[in-house]
Design a protein around this ligand. Structure first.
Ligand code: TRP
Length: 331
């Protein structure tokens, strides 16, 4: 039996180079051959924070098109919207009946919110917390457990959520003295690199230093030219270590090209030339992805169809789990 790998992403706007190198590319690597892979857009999770209909809808299409443009193959990976699989939400209720409230009190996103309220001297420590946010880990547990998932690739920040999913599943299995739910395992991407943004800090929407993954060539070049550099003159030897330009170049160029640019750094290269080299290597890799993305995003009907087909397959799987849950619990 093939092992099942499940990846979930929240539909956020504007996928950037940092997402691509740090999350999308490694996840697509993992989704290779020997596994059965599922990929979904956690749009109901996003509803805890994105409460603008157009934004949520657009983001969902954007993320779907982005992953497919980057190489996710809907023929090989089951890709669906979370909201198209109602079984997940039915199972989530059952999970919530086995989740001690205290476990949610200790979930880190909620705890961080409470701490912030405390620091800000708010009377109500739950200020700004909706129940969706509070129960976020239960729905996430259901995303995973509804498909008999074996492995979940996650960043360090999601480890606790995986622990919660395992805890709840074990509790249910223990209660009914059988393997009602499969116990999933986190696959933590420890070596996930920090991709620097335009200003040298980690590339992140919150620092406003990102390079959008599908920027047109012209604006891509403009952004690359904005990368912060020091004021060394062109002929001065330059350090590759710590150079944003060089670090990004390594992610897009071939081994030979990387060696050549390293030499040019050593013997002196003007920052403008270095940026031009970076732009060209990025543009070469990104142009086919951008073309594919643009074609997909202009055709939401096709995206809807891909997602509907994925949801159909996903539901077949979740129905089995739901049946098992219902039979075991006696509802
Ligand atoms: N919580 C995840 C994040 O913020 C997204 C997510 C929701 C998820 N459900 C999931 C990830 C299930 C993996 C499995 O990134």
């Amino acid at each position: 039996m093939k092992k099942t790998v499940l990846t979930g992403v929240k539909p956020t706007g504007n996928v950037h180079i940092g997402n691509y190198i740090g999350a999308i590319r490694p996840a697509l690597h993992m989704a290779q051959a020997e596994h059965e892979s599922l990929f979904f857009i956690a749009n109901y999770h996003a509803l805890t924070t994105i409460q603008d209909a157009k934004e949520l809808r657009d983001n969902t299409y954007h993320v779907t098109a982005a992953w497919i443009a980057c190489g996710l193959d809907p023929q090989k990976t089951i890709i669906y919207r979370q909201s198209d699989v109602p079984e997940i939400f039915e199972i989530a209720w059952v999970l919530s009946c086995y989740c001690p409230k205290g476990l949610m009190n200790r979930a880190h996103a909620y705890k961080a919110k409470v701490q912030l309220n405390e620091q800000e001297g708010k009377q109500d420590l739950d200020f700004g917390v909706n129940m969706g946010l509070y129960q976020y880990p239960i729905l996430m547990a259901s995303d995973i457990l509804s498909f008999d998932t074996d492995f979940v690739p996650v960043g360090e920040d999601q480890i606790q959520h995986l622990e919660i999913a395992r805890d709840i599943a074990q509790k249910i299995n223990h209660t009914y003295k059988s393997q009602v739910l499969k116990i999933p395992q986190a696959v933590v991407q420890k070596d996930s690199k920090v991709i620097p943004g335009l200003d040298g800090q980690k590339m992140s929407k919150s620092y406003d230093n990102t390079i959008p993954l599908f920027a047109e060539s012209k604006s891509l070049r403009k952004l690359v030219m904005k990368i912060k550099t020091d004021s060394l003159p062109p002929e001065a030897p330059k350090q590759t270590e710590g150079s944003v330009i060089f670090q990004l170049y390594k992610e897009f160029a071939s081994q030979d090209e990387i060696a050549t640019l390293a030499k040019r750094f050593e013997t002196g290269i003007g920052w403008g030339d270095a940026k031009q080299a970076l732009f060209e290597s990025m543009d070469k890799v990104l142009t086919p992805l951008r073309d594919k993305y643009n074609a997909l995003i202009q055709n939401p009907t096709e995206l809807d169809q891909i997602l509907a087909e994925g949801a159909e397959k996903a539901r077949q799987k979740a129905k089995h789990v739901l049946e098992r849950v219902k039979t075991s619990t006696g509802v």
